[in-house]
Design a protein around this ligand. Structure first.
Ligand SMILES: Nc1ncnc2c1ncn2[C@@H]1O[C@H](COP(=O)(O)OP(=O)(O)O)[C@@H](O)[C@H]1O
Ligand SMILES: C=C(OP(=O)(O)O)C(=O)O
Ligand SMILES: [Ca+2]
Ligand SMILES: [Mn+2]
Length: 635
């Protein structure tokens, strides 16, 4: 540091005062303008769009999304906080697009809505904390939120528009999740949602992608009223690069999430104040009366279950990971059976935890993030999920101490279905892009509350198909409304709630792909052993992980097997790291008669359930259909 003539340190050599002359100027120094993408998109005349033209296009597209009877156009596209005044060039600022309302003049048509477009996690945190009650930063940096009265999905409130497009194509009737509504009732709910959203000072708009397969990427727009919902979808869908966002154009599908606002029970087809409505012709979904964010991700999954099979691509309710040797495994299972837990494996690369596609070129994740259950989460048992709960992660309905904000994962005061939503790259060994070759192992997960299914069974193809179509588990409390105790459930393709076509359509595709690529099927019981729920205990996660390791390594394929009675499963006599006594479930039960009775009871439930499918042909292969029908329990 230089010295002035009087020997005192000269501070100008190392300035400690700012250049600003006013407080506002000082504050303006803090934020640097986000750099624009370097390849400007071209207009129809071949010349690059100017910044203004791009903003205008974006504005028109969002404006069109929010059009209603009272509001033909209007929203301002403003990036940042609408509570602030926007000045200068430091905040991206669209020209105010003031159009005269032409349809009808009422007060709502004169009002403008700020649109918070693809905000960053940091901006969404600020929005949530300032404006949404129940939003807090936890000790590890996650955003804790409350989803309101609903803390799980509401499958009975889902409606699908029955029209000329869908009436012959979709799965309707017994067992189907698709409860019909007509186009007019959909429009009533849509208008209700759009009017609600337009009545707010601001709405959040996310433009993102689904499906990592570049040839089958779907553009989705999510319009929502809460920063919580925007951050959740930021994490769950694929995040566009700045360039991709500039060139986004018109979305392929739009969600209107007006979850804080109920539907009108005088509307035809409504049976509660909650409604989740899907209109495939309009490519739109409306959410009223539930703020549970999982409705959005699973709603889009239903859309993919329609769109992908049209392209001969199989959509799967499964987790997926890949080993160092390129061996891909799929993990099918209903909620709570272990897709997320077991696909998140420190020794393998994670492709995704919940929704995938299997096409001619291999597997691809539909999503850009994971949605893990947090109840009783432990750092020791699930280290990668634990470490993913940091800045950017949405933590739903957890309880934390009020001062240090340390989360108590054992606390069920709000709900049992506590959740963490994080971008997939928060898992250190995520495989980005989230694609892989054709699967080698197809693992069916069942959390068997009866405690009679073996911890691991090797399945032949007809058995794999039988159990895939059956989709058995004991539904664990929480994820769906109103379930407090585990109970036996059958859900076709391990995800009937999301199927759009008849289950045998998906089953036929799976059988064909497994046959073509020589994949092996396995049934893993991640539920009870030594007795049913209440008397036995849940199989230790550490043992299940050892079983899964043996599947991946190929050692299990080479093991010695014996056949079980009734279900006819092939069960190994030994698995490294797993006590052999539990491999044959009868050995783990003290009361052998009780075991036999329970096994027969479950077999009966399987038989009853499968009766719905006995009339159907699965694919073009008649022989396989007959084999599948015969692959169930025999007693
Ligand atoms: N043996 C086991 N195998 C898998 N998960 C287990 C086991 N025992 C306990 N669990 C717990 O069960 C839950 C499985 O849920 P999750 O992986 O989120 O299921 P899904 O993703 O299929 O809905 C996790 O909370 C996990 O910690
Ligand atoms: C989000 C869900 O998925 P899962 O419970 O299978 O993780 C759900 O079913 O609501
Ligand atoms: Ca699920
Ligand atoms: Mn999951």
């Amino acid at each position: 540091m230089s010295k002035s003539p009087n020997g005192i340190c000269d501070e100008t050599a190392h300035p400690t005062t700012v250049k600003a002359t006013t407080i506002d100027e000082l504050h303006s120094l803090q934020k640097k303008k986000t750099s624009q993408p370097n390849t400007p998109p071209l207009g129809s005349d071949g010349t690059p769009f100017t910044q203004d033209e791009r903003s205008k296009q974006q504005l028109q597209s969002i404006s069109a999304s929010l059009a209603s009877l009272t509001r033909e156009t209007g929203p301002k596209v403003v990036k940042g906080d609408p509570a602030k005044r926007y000045e200068g060039s430091r905040v991206a600022h669209a020209q105010h697009h003031v159009a005269t309302p032409t349809i009808s003049v009422s007060d709502s048509s004169l009002k403008f809505t700020h649109v918070l477009y693809n905000l960053s996690p940091a901006e969404l945190y600020e929005q949530a904390i300032k404006y949404e009650k129940g939003s807090f930063i936890t000790s590890t940096g996650a955003l804790a939120t409350l989803s309101g009265a609903k803390t799980g999905r509401s499958p009975r409130d889902k409606r699908v528009v029955k029209d000329t497009l869908t009436e012959n194509e979709l799965w309707w009737g017994k067992g189907s999740p698709n409860i019909e509504m007509d186009e007019h009732s959909f429009m009533v709910n849509r208008e209700r949602a759009v009017d609600y959203l337009n009545s707010l000072d601001k709405v959040f708009v996310n433009d993102q992608f689904l499906n990592w397969d570049p040839e089958n990427k779907i553009k989705v727009r999510i319009v929502s009223a809460r920063a919580y919902h925007s951050l959740f979808m930021h994490n769950m869908c694929i995040r566009p690069s700045a360039d991709e966002l500039e060139n986004f154009g018109t979305p392929d599908f739009t969600i209107y999430n007006a979850g804080q606002f109920p539907c009108n029970r005088y509307t035809h087809y409504m049976t509660s104040s909650t409604s989740i409505d899907l209109n495939l012709a309009r490519k739109e979904m409306v959410i009223l009366g539930t703020q549970y964010a999982g409705e959005m991700k699973k709603g889009l999954f239903s859309v993919m279950h329609y769109l992908m099979p049209l392209r001969q691509i199989l959509s799967l309710h499964s987790g997926c990971n890949v080993g160092k040797e390129g061996d891909v495994a799929l993990f099918f299972g209903l909620s709570g059976t272990g897709k997320t837990t077991l696909s998140t494996d420190h020794n393998r690369y994670l492709i995704g935890d919940d929704e995938h596609c299997w096409s001619e070129s291999g597997v691809s994740n539909i999503e850009g993030g994971c949605y893990a259950k947090c109840i009783d989460l432990s750092q020791e048992k699930e280290p990668d999920i634990w470490n993913a709960i940091k800045f950017g992660t949405v933590l739903e309905n957890v309880v934390f101490d009020e001062h240090f904000r340390v989360v108590d994962y054992a606390d069920k005061s709000v709900t049992e279905n506590t959740r963490a939503s994080y971008p997939i790259e928060y898992i250190p060994n995520a495989k980005i892009p989230c694609v892989g070759p054709h699967p080698k192992n197809v693992i069916l997960l069942a959390c068997d509350a009866f405690g009679v299914l073996p911890p691991i069974s090797k399945l032949n193809l007809p058995q794999t198909m039988y159990h895939f179509i059956s989709g058995y588990t004991a539904l664990v409390a929480g994820t769906e409304e109103g379930i407090k105790e585990p109970q036996a459930t059958f859900s076709a393709c391990f995800g009937a709630a999301f199927l759009m076509l008849h289950p045998t359509r998906y089953a036929a595709m799976l059988a064909e792909k497994m046959q073509q690529h020589g994949a092996t099927g396995w049934l893993v019981n991640t539920g009870w052993s030594g007795g049913s729920y209440g008397s036995g205990s849940r199989i230790k996660l550490a043992y299940t992980r050892k079983i899964i390791d043996a599947i991946h390594s190929g050692s299990l394929l080479a093991a010695e097997y014996k056949k079980t009675e009734i279900f006819g499963f092939e069960i190994p006599t030994e698995v490294e790291g797993v006590p052999s006594e539990i491999l044959d479930p009868v050995n783990a039960w003290a009361d052998k008669d009780a075991y036999q009775g329970t096994l027969l009871k479950l077999a009966g439930l399987f038989k009853n359930n499968f009766e719905t499918f006995t009339d159907y042909k699965i694919g073009t292969n008649d022989e396989l259909t007959q084999e599948i029908l015969a692959a169930g329990p025999i007693f």
